[in-house]
Design a protein around this ligand. Structure first.
Ligand code: UTP
Length: 306
């Protein structure tokens, strides 16, 4: 029988039960994952990225106040009937083309936001004994090849566990899970250790994990322990770290630019970058950016700044 590590990745977990406190007040009554970049909610980008990587089973770990996510992936009969009566076929396509086939999405609730590791653990029965992907929808990657596809292709050769990584400024290591690796310059650095949110002086490198993972199901046995880590949360990084040495474990320096849309600055930057990258939005977006920049330099001149 093939080992679990050699099976193709066909299941993805989308943790969407977080509180999104860094984006208040927007997230008071609305799911952070429904924030839009240009004209699409973050969760739709994540689902489309997963589908482009061959994912067939989509597991959402959701929570109270997140119903809009389920509605977004359902039919909206009233809207469709109205659009049909008005002959707006293109608009109907916009609202439905992205839907995975019926039965492909499953929902499970995380009753308390105890951390990313706990959210992933809540999906254990639905994932079963297979390698699976995890996508944090608030991490958005602009790239020619979808980020999860890059990961799936690399994992097919390497096997085991693979996490998307990027270099961050050393003074920001305390926001990420950080790799301890003997070959940090490699495209696929071998992972010898993982530290969640290390202080800059304690960080073993500056190679940091973003919200794209391919993991083996053995991680669930580690998550079963419900050990609390940084910030008192059940951390996925801590459970993953226990697999090192038992299974292949690598990072992947993905190609593309990542935006942390869970923060106001990251979300704004993503809106600009994704607008400029879209042929139907580029011209208008460039004009808006030019005008804003001219306004800024006008302010500086007005104040006598150089
Ligand atoms: P974050 O680390 O950004 O946490 O979660 P958060 O609670 O959403 O946001 P802040 O820090 O309060 O601003 C990354 C992803 O993991 C999910 C979130 O919904 C987000 O998609 N998550 C996080 C859960 O599903 N459950 C949790 O307990 C924590």
């Amino acid at each position: 029988m093939a080992s679990s590590a050699s099976k193709p990745v066909r299941t993805a977990v989308f943790p969407v039960a977080g509180l999104g406190t860094r984006f208040l007040p927007a997230t008071k009554a609305m799911a952070k994952e429904m924030l839009t970049v240009v004209d699409k909610p973050l969760i739709q980008y994540a689902v489309e990225e997963a589908a482009a990587a061959g994912i067939e089973r989509f597991i959402f770990v959701t929570g109270r106040g997140k119903q809009a996510i389920e509605d977004h992936f359902d039919l909206a009969y009233e809207l469709q009937a109205t659009l049909k009566a008005r002959g707006k076929e293109a608009a109907i396509a916009e609202a439905t083309d992205f839907l995975p086939p019926p039965g492909a999405i499953a929902y499970v609730r995380q009753r308390e936001a105890l951390g990313l590791g706990h959210a992933v653990w809540c999906a254990r029965r639905l994932v079963g004994d297979e390698p699976f992907a995890v996508l944090s929808p608030d991490d958005l990657v602009l790239s020619a090849t979808p980020c999860l596809k890059q990961l799936a292709d690399a994992q097919a050769g390497l096997g085991g566990n693979l996490v998307a990584v990027m270099d961050v400024p050393r003074d920001q290591t305390n926001r990420y899970g950080v790799l301890d690796t003997p070959d940090p310059e490699s495209r696929t650095p071998r992972v010898e250790g993982l530290v969640e949110k290390p202080a800059p002086e304690a960080a073993p490198s500056t190679l940091s994990i973003i919200g794209r993972y391919i993991l083996t199901p053995e991680v669930f046995a580690e998550l079963d322990r419900h050990e609390r880590g940084a910030g008192g949360e059940i951390q996925l990084t801590d459970a993953m770290a226990k697999l090192i040495g038992r299974q292949p474990f690598h990072g992947l320096r993905f190609e593309g630019e990542r935006f942390d849309c869970g923060t106001k600055d990251g979300w704004l930057a993503a809106n600009i970058a994704f607008s400029l990258a879209r042929s139907d939005r580029r011209e208008a977006a460039a004009e808006i950016v030019r005008r804003a920049a001219a306004g800024l330099s006008g302010d500086a001149e007005g104040r006598g700044d150089s």
